[in-house]
Design a protein. Structure first.
Length: 95
């Protein structure tokens, strides 16, 4: 693979990932978390993350904030992108 091919690959992959599919997100949710549907507002957050937008989520404890950040990374890894996410839980920090 030439240097040019390597440079173009991340851009092509990012473009593919930004073509967000609600069906693909739901399938990933079902596959990894065994849930059949998203909770209120989760899908909108996931879509924004997949579009590369900066996103901060303020929701009540237990409403599924972490999955909003974890699911896009799982989708990226499934697409062959080396990605990771760090979710800091304030609840754990308070214990």
């Amino acid at each position: 693979m030439s240097t040019m091919d390597r440079a173009q690959q991340p851009q092509q992959t990012q473009a593919q990932l930004r073509r967000f599919s609600r069906d693909a997100a739901t399938a990933t949710l079902r596959r990894y978390w065994n849930y059949t549907a998203f909770r209120d507002n989760q899908l909108a957050v996931i879509e924004a993350v997949m579009q590369g937008r900066d996103v901060m989520v303020v929701m009540a404890t237990g409403t599924g904030k972490s999955i909003c950040y974890q699911l896009p990374v799982v989708m990226q890894r499934d697409a062959g992108v080396n990605a990771c996410v760090l979710v800091v839980s304030p609840l754990k920090a308070l214990m």
